[in-house]
Write a protein of this length. Structure first.
Length: 72
């Protein structure tokens, strides 16, 4: 992953393969580049990471279910 952009969903496998500290760094870097002023950058980045992690896990689960023919 070269850069994080919250407007574009990251590849779920690539996102989940990153270490949590790498995810937070990517998110914080995005906000610095976008010149977003935040009262607590770390907390804001953590919230982004939580959302992205949930979305990536759901997407991965959906792809697995589709590959298995939808059976659980």
């Amino acid at each position: 992953m070269a850069r994080y952009n919250p407007l574009n969903e990251p590849d779920p496998a690539e996102w989940l393969a990153l270490d949590e500290s790498e995810r937070l760094r990517f998110i914080q870097d995005y906000h610095r580049r976008a010149r977003v002023r935040l009262p607590n950058v770390r907390m804001h980045a953590a919230m982004h990471a939580i959302v992205e992690n949930r979305m990536a896990r759901r997407s991965r689960a959906a792809h697995s279910a589709a590959a298995d023919g939808g059976s659980s």
